[in-house]
Design a protein around this ligand. Structure first.
Ligand SMILES: Nc1ncnc2c1ncn2[C@@H]1O[C@H](COP(=O)(O)OP(=O)(O)OP(=O)(O)O)[C@@H](O)[C@H]1O
Ligand SMILES: [Mg+2]
Length: 267
């Protein structure tokens, strides 16, 4: 079954969508089968993967509200190399409709269960808030990737997110864990960046990915061409960083798989 990872941080503009798109493309480049789920009504992950968010016959909206099957909603944009469950502004309506539905927090989890076997990784791009859409992502996921900029307020926001994750683990999803904290838009010339980075590592240790994503204009330009940075400028510092991150994500996954096999053989 595919490993489901939610890319989340309630703080806006920290690089969630950029990380989702480019990690998906980099994992696909290493021959992993990947699905990207766009849970953000802004639909940026959809557009940035080469899918027109204004022309969706079926989307996350239909899947969450039970009006369509996930099989019909998934698209396979050729250029990006991974599959996309697209979303757009309609997802806002889904959030409202979910409120009165049974199993409102687990609709995404149930839908993904139908396709999880087909993928090695499923990445969920979350909106910048801790709303019902994010809760659906956290209920479906096994791990959480938290992109963050190393600035003063970053650590403060992290506390609220950690509390939410603990709450979800105690209720709807006991297996949820922090997969990794990802330092984005990293600029070592800024003194504060290094200081916050140090604090992050002293608090979270191994949970902080070794790979840092540099501030790189190619990463900001690629979405306007509807492609991941690998298809836009594969030699850019941004493309190389996300390939390194994919390597780290895969190694962590292989390590866990290895441990599980050891446990099974031992028991
Ligand atoms: N490493 C980077 N270098 C340069 N620009 C970046 C980088 N990462 C992201 N950006 C740019 O910063 C902006 C915010 O990034 P992004 O959309 O990925 O953040 P987000 O967390 O998904 O935002 P939101 O909270 O609105 O969903 C975008 O314009 C994006 O192109
Ligand atoms: Mg986003």
């Amino acid at each position: 079954m595919g490993k489901i990872l939610a890319v989340t941080n309630q703080k806006g503009g920290v690089g969630k969508t950029t990380s989702c798109i480019n990690l998906a493309a980099s994992l696909a480049a290493t021959k992993r089968r990947v699905l990207l789920v766009d849970m953000d009504p802004q639909g940026n992950a959809t557009t940035g993967s080469g899918v027109d968010k204004h022309e969706l016959e079926r989307s996350v909206y239909h899947v969450l509200t039970g009006q369509g099957s996930i099989h019909d909603a998934i698209q396979k944009p050729e250029e990006s190399g991974y599959d996309v469950l697209p979303g757009n502004a309609d997802t806002t309506a889904a959030e409202v409709e979910l409120m009165t539905m049974e199993g409102k927090e687990t609709r995404l989890r149930d839908a993904l269960a139908e396709v999880a076997d087909r993928y090695d990784f499923i990445l969920i791009d979350c909106p910048p808030s801790l709303n019902m859409l994010t809760l659906n992502a956290l209920a479906a996921a096994e791990g959480v990737i938290i992109p963050m900029q190393c600035e003063y307020y970053a650590l403060e926001g992290l506390t609220a997110l950690m509390e939410t994750i603990t709450g979800i683990r105690q209720t709807i999803n006991p297996r949820l864990h922090i997969e990794g904290l990802l330092r984005t838009m990293y600029d070592p010339r800024i003194g504060l960046t290094n200081e916050v980075s140090r604090q992050l590592i002293s608090h979270f240790g191994e949970q902080v990915y070794r790979t840092v994503i540099p501030r790189n204009v190619r990463l900001a330009e690629a979405p306007s061409h509807g492609v991941p940075v690998l298809n836009y400028d594969k030699n850019s510092r941004g493309a190389i960083a996300y390939l390194a991150l994919a390597g780290e994500v895969v190694r962590r996954q292989d390590k866990v798989k290895g441990l599980n096999t050891e446990r099974k053989t031992a028991s």
